[in-house]
Design a protein. Sequence first.
Length: 123
Amino acid sequence: MTNSSPDTTHHRIQVGNLGPGATEPVLRGLFLPYGPIISYDRPVDSGTGRPGRFVYIEMASPDAAAAVAGLAGHEIGGKVLMLTATETVPEDADRHARSAQPRRTVLPPSTAASARADGSSVL
């Protein structure tokens, strides 16, 4: 386990290629030997209501780097985990406010193309 006290920066790790056997207790069990988990977020597929095929796990930066390196090539249920440290998150960031932000960019009407009934578009 890495000592995370000197570094106050966190990294969010995206863990992809998850199958049905990759439950929260299983994933937490894999990551805990590398350091404390600050947050765990597994989005739900809005169409099916089932857990998504990826999860975000937030850890202190040195712990996250060790986890990504240590779990590279790890399999759960015959599926190799895809691990990526996706972003740096300051320790004092408000995670709840950040997660409430929309995840897509919507162009204002003045710059978005508007479709016509005949299929053409106007810029």
